[in-house]
Write a new protein. Structure first.
Length: 194
């Protein structure tokens, strides 16, 4: 069975492009999630790995969707191969573990290292650019997601302030408004509400 895996880092990002590519590549079932790749708490990835059977193929749009680092990719490939399954990437054509030849193994190792190097260089350039912008007084940092004009945050604060009348707990409020508990408490603190 061909099993697809799609991931974006935040709730506000869209999976449609990946889903379309995976379906066109023959994915019969697609595991999908909206969670940062930096965390190992990727429930759908874990579920997919548990449900892998011998002969299955895992397909991803590109390797950054499934792995956080070269080391993480190597561990995932070993786990997938230990189950008798294989891994393919649509974008990274070199990532195809269905061929067990020494040449394929060598190419996989080299290209995985190159991909990691590319990610590290991007991070370095980004850090250098931020440092220069800070020196020139032009760096303002990341735009806050939950600012004072954010409707969801304002609604959550309103519900929190009226919780004695509406009977909602903080947990119920964050579920209803789809904001994080930390964002709610940060918003309250910024407004001087304890």
């Amino acid at each position: 069975m061909i099993k697809g895996y799609a991931r974006v880092s935040t709730e506000h990002q869209n999976l449609n492009r990946q889903l379309k590519a995976l379906k066109e590549a023959g994915a019969e079932y697609i595991y999908q999630e909206k969670v940062s790749g930096a965390t190992s708490e990727r429930e759908e990835l874990q579920k997919m790995l548990e449900e892998l059977n011998e002969g299955d193929t895992v397909i991803v749009s590109d390797l950054t969707r499934i792995s956080r680092s070269t080391n993480d990719l190597f561990q995932l490939v070993e786990l997938i191969k230990s189950k008798g399954a294989s891994l393919k990437s649509i974008k990274d054509k070199w990532l195809d573990t269905s061929d067990d030849s020494a040449y394929s193994e060598f190419l996989f190792t080299v290209f995985a290292g190159i991909s990691q190097l590319e990610r590290n260089l991007i991070k370095e350039r980004q850090a250098e650019g931020i440092a220069i912008a800070k020196q020139n007084g032009k760096y303002k940092g990341r735009v806050k997601k939950y600012h004072e004009k954010n409707d969801a945050l304002n609604h959550a604060i309103e519900l929190y302030l009226n919780r004695s009348e509406n009977g909602l707990s903080a947990t119920e409020i964050v579920k209803r408004t789809q904001i994080s508990r930390s964002a709610l408490y940060r918003g309250l603190k910024e407004r001087g509400i304890n």
